[in-house]
Design a protein. Structure first.
Length: 83
């Protein structure tokens, strides 16, 4: 959430700043990835809030690469944290 004077704050310390909705080539499905780092959230909002960049997102794709800190069974993410 972006508060007054552009201060970024998660709704609670147990909830992420937001989520990426992305297509996963591994799962052949859409996935919901948490943005648990403030800088990730600021980067995402800068793309969609900046008029010169926002128009590009309409015509182009935004590539998001998510590499989990730990892997679980079958190679799936075992952690919400990334590297």
């Amino acid at each position: 959430m972006i508060e007054e004077h552009n201060h970024v704050k998660a709704k609670s310390k147990f909830q992420p700043y937001g989520y990426w909705l992305a297509e996963s080539p591994i799962l052949n499905n859409c996935v919901k990835l948490p943005m648990i780092h403030r800088d990730d959230f600021l980067l995402a909002t800068s793309v969609f809030d900046e008029p010169k960049l926002a128009s590009m997102v309409d015509d182009e794709e935004l590539l998001v690469v998510y590499s989990p800190k730990h892997f679980g069974p079958k190679g799936l993410s075992g952690s919400p944290h990334h590297v």
